[in-house]
Design a protein around this ligand. Sequence first.
Ligand SMILES: *Cc1c(COP(=O)(O)O)cnc(C)c1O
Length: 422
Amino acid sequence: MNRKNSKSAYKEAVRYIPGGVNSPVRALYGLDEEPLFIDKAKGVTLVDIDGNKYTAYCLSWGVFLQGHSHPAVKTAVIKAVAHGTSYGVPCIAETELAKKINTFLPSMEKIRFVNSGTEAVMSAIRVARAYTGKNTIIKFDGCYHGHADHLLVSAGSGVAGLSGASSAGVPEDFTRHTVSIPFNDQKAVEAVFKLKGTDLAAVIVEPVPANMGVIIPNHGYLEFLRKITKDYGALLIFDEVITGFRLSSGGTQKLFCIMPDLTTLGKIIGGGFPAAAFGGRSEIMDMLAPDGPVYQAGTLSGNPVAMAAGSAVLNVLSEIGFYTELEKKCSVFYTVLLEVIKGKNIVLNHIGPMFTLFFSDKEVFDFNSSCASNAKRFAEFFRSMLKNGNYISPSRFEANFISSAHTPQDMEKFIDAVQKSI
Ligand SMILES: *Cc1c(COP(=O)(O)O)cnc(C)c1O
């Protein structure tokens, strides 16, 4: 596999862009490998600037449940661009997408669009604090909620690669109201509520964490979070930036039948454009300006092209059988994959169309057990998968994604590569 052009593009990028990338995990740090530069992508095929092809399991970090460059999305985007690319004045496309999202996730009675998951979470927490009149938030070790200052505490995703899983440049004062505790541990939650119950504004959680690798919530755990927050008058925020429209048409909340107070969405709903959203009960969302005292705004928020892309994606996902077909494909895939990794000290965590292979001989159920997986073995695995034409998510703390565009042949190729790689 010749990667001459990517190598020189990287060299050039590093001169002008820190680390050569605009989001750290893309640099493939810790993997002893240089980033690929992509020329184009269609379906599940990535083509780099040297003409090499890879089957994608990262899919722009879970953005494309329908695969890259879906024809229906492309058509909608071209049509939108022909009308104009931004107005800074309301357009119907915003209401259309909000209405569609509300149909799938009825807990989001009112929705506001922003440009990134980071913004969505930041704003949801602000509105939760204003609504409750309290300050403290609980998050979970290894969950990632974007890069706002007060959330870079024991965070997952790219932050997990830094020592202490937090960032430099964040004053302690800014994280004073954030308590981070282990996921799947009821006692830890109860202890914090006992200690700080009167000042708890919200519990924010990736209901099925995917940023420390995929972690499955213990039976009854999410129900427990729903109950304890209600009992203490704190809000429950589901960060469904990854799981929304992925685990089911109504995200984790539909799958587990739990109504959070606020929800954040991103990734899938932008159809490959920078769009995200937060929403929830009307009485909470009405705290936002102009109706209420909580300020939140965005020059490009509700961008007409992004809204059109999002609507087109949701149309594709609403087609009859979309989720059942996907589920069927995934279940066959996991069955075969489990056979292949048997006895190799590899743990497969999976739910719906997302999974992580942990190089560990012990169950992985929280950040600690995820960190205990073998980094060196993962790096070797990543390189070997790449050599065999599969682009998996380039970190042991990330999920891999399956889309409706993966064919049985793609998945056979993946399994073959796994067999060779381990
Ligand atoms: C990706 C992600 C975010 C941040 O979204 P950005 O668009 O990258 O800012 C927040 N929460 C979760 C669960 C995510 O996976």
